[in-house]
Design a protein around this ligand. Structure first.
Ligand code: GLN
Length: 250
């Protein structure tokens, strides 16, 4: 099951955030410490999205993050005040392609999903049918994560509250596919929203910077685990936890 991480804070290098920490995303790709949802390695690609003054930029590859010879150099040379990155372990049956790797994007948004929609694709066919046909025709990949992003993106266009959008998508998908694992992360570069549904999630608050990650990237005692069925709402200074009340228990 994939691992993801969002950073909000003063400009930091991609290497400092993803490669250098002792249990950072780079290491989590081959030695994750908490794969409670199954799987062993996250070797089916990776993606990094970071914010520039012109908006988010993505670097994605379908290969394991450890096999990317140029990443260390790129990571040292590139700094940003907001970063969303993910390493992927493809759900069986789903394609291993760059387009299936998070983060997904639209405008200023970056999005990632760690988990699986149970009963895919039949369980959520009815929900998919509520989307505009063009959204379905332009899905980046035939995967559960890409459909979840299409649902989130569609609702972001009409709902002002991103937290309510994530909570609504989680509730609707759990109703249709109750055994789904839905750790979603969304950021606009200033704030972040992250759900914990079926997978591990932790927050590291720090002075003027905040990280939400599938698992702690070091042994700092300040890492706080997020209980299941909660939504983290964060900016670089603070975060709150909200119940995902609309969710049905599985
Ligand atoms: N189901 C998603 C995919 O295959 C996410 C996989 C995961 O979290 N391991 O892309």
């Amino acid at each position: 099951m994939c691992r993801h991480q969002v950073y909000l804070g003063p400009p930091a290098s991609l290497a400092a955030l993803l490669i250098d920490p002792p249990y950072g995303l780079h290491r989590q790709s081959w030695a994750p410490r908490d794969m409670r949802g199954g799987g062993t390695v996250n070797a089916d690609g990776f993606g990094i999205g970071w914010y520039t003054p012109d908006g988010p930029v993505r670097y994605r590859r379908a290969a394991p993050i450890w096999a990317d010879a140029g990443l260390a150099e790129l990571g040292r040379a590139t700094s940003a005040g907001a970063v969303l990155a993910a390493v992927r372990s493809a759900t069986p049956g789903m394609p291993v392609t760059e387009a299936a790797c998070a983060p997904f994007t639209d405008g200023r948004w970056l999005f990632s999903h760690n988990g699986v929609v149970s009963g895919w694709p039949g369980s959520v066919a009815g929900l998919a049918a509520t989307l505009p046909v063009t959204d379905l025709l332009t899905l980046e990949a035939p995967t559960d994560s890409a459909l979840l992003w299409a649902m989130v993106r569609h609702r972001l266009h009409r709902d002002a509250d991103p937290g309510a959008v994530l909570a609504g998508v989680v509730a609707d998908v759990l109703e249709a596919a109750p055994r789904s694992r839905l750790n979603l992360v969304l950021t606009d570069g200033e704030r972040a929203w992250a759900s914990a549904v079926g997978h591990s999630l932790s927050v590291l608050p720090g002075p003027g910077r905040l990280i939400v990650a599938s698992e702690p990237f070091d042994d700092d005692p300040a890492w706080a685990p997020v209980p299941d069925r909660r939504l983290v709402v964060a900016d670089r200074h603070a975060y709150t936890l909200e119940d995902l009340c609309g969710s049905t228990s599985s």
